[in-house]
Design a protein around this ligand. Structure first.
Ligand code: SF4
Ligand code: SF4
Length: 258
């Protein structure tokens, strides 16, 4: 069985178990509380911390991607992101959105080929936020850039402004949503840095977990402001770069090997 097929099978099995688990919980809730309206997944809480628990500027969450460890025949990070965020279900693709995608690049001088997972770079000086007319695009104090779906009007200025083409528009009605990651037709979305996982203290993202489990551990998650974190130590020890450093966006996602 090829690497991709094995990943697909394992993720599909995981999704089936998760789906059955959720179905059991929903059934139990309705049986235990007759008369109480089951709100369904579309009414789930918004991503991130509850309003009374603010993200702190003591942290800046980031990712470091070592392209030397990223191989051609692998999309574990993409599949994991799709599953974690409800972009794909056991019934097939829920949407054509992709919050992380693999890009092949070639160094013109050395001819070296690299494979690059590309996602929202969680810029400090984010062009998507600058152009948003309603304030729907915003940056938390801990550096995570998000879209507030309740005030996004779907104008898509942010999609045009993003130099990394990291955002996508939801054209279709969304069903079978993941409770922690509400999505909405007519709004723009992008990588949330798995904010729901961070806020519940998982200390990792779905793409990082999948890369560690199924591939070479090419992606590290951590606090860029904590000098004792692995990511900060790696950044101070080895050469790394931002994508398009000339734009001076101070991205939260950094790369090695390019
Ligand atoms: Fe905004 Fe694009 Fe930067 Fe993400 S990568 S923060 S969507 S400008
Ligand atoms: Fe997807 Fe989470 Fe990775 Fe962002 S951090 S690309 S949302 S899995």
């Amino acid at each position: 069985m090829g690497q991709k097929t094995k990943q697909t099978t394992e993720l599909a099995n995981k999704e089936r178990r998760s789906f059955l688990g959720k179905a059991a919980v929903a059934t139990a809730s309705m049986t235990l509380a007759p008369g109480v309206i089951f709100m369904g997944m579309a009414e789930a809480k918004p991503p991130g911390k509850p309003a009374d628990e603010k993200a702190s500027d003591k942290n800046r969450w980031g990712l470091l991607i070592d392209t030397n460890k990223c191989v051609d025949d692998c999309d574990a990070c993409v599949q994991a992101c799709n599953f974690e965020n409800g972009l794909t279900t056991i019934h097939g693709p829920e949407t054509d959105a992709q919050w992380i995608r693999k890009v092949k690049i070639r160094n013109k001088a050395t001819k070296k080929i690299s494979y690059l997972p590309l996602l929202c770079q969680h810029c400090e000086y984010a062009p998507c936020i600058d152009v948003c007319p309603t304030g729907a695009s915003f940056r938390r104090k801990d550096g995570i850039v998000l879209v507030d779906k309740h005030i996004c009007i779907g104008c898509r200025y942010c999609m045009m402004a993003c130099p990394y083409k990291a955002r996508s528009f939801v054209h279709e009605t969304i069903t079978n949503q993941v409770p922690d990651v509400p999505r909405g037709k007519g709004t723009v979305e992008a990588c949330t840095m798995c904010v729901h996982k961070i806020d519940r203290g998982d200390g990792s993202t779905a793409c990082v977990d999948a890369c560690k489990k199924y591939a070479n551990g090419a992606i590290i998650f951590g606090d860029l402001k904590d000098p004792n974190s692995n990511i900060a130590k790696e950044l101070t020890t080895y050469q790394s770069t931002q994508l398009r450093p000339d734009l001076r966006l101070n991205t939260g996602v950094r790369y090695r090997g390019i």
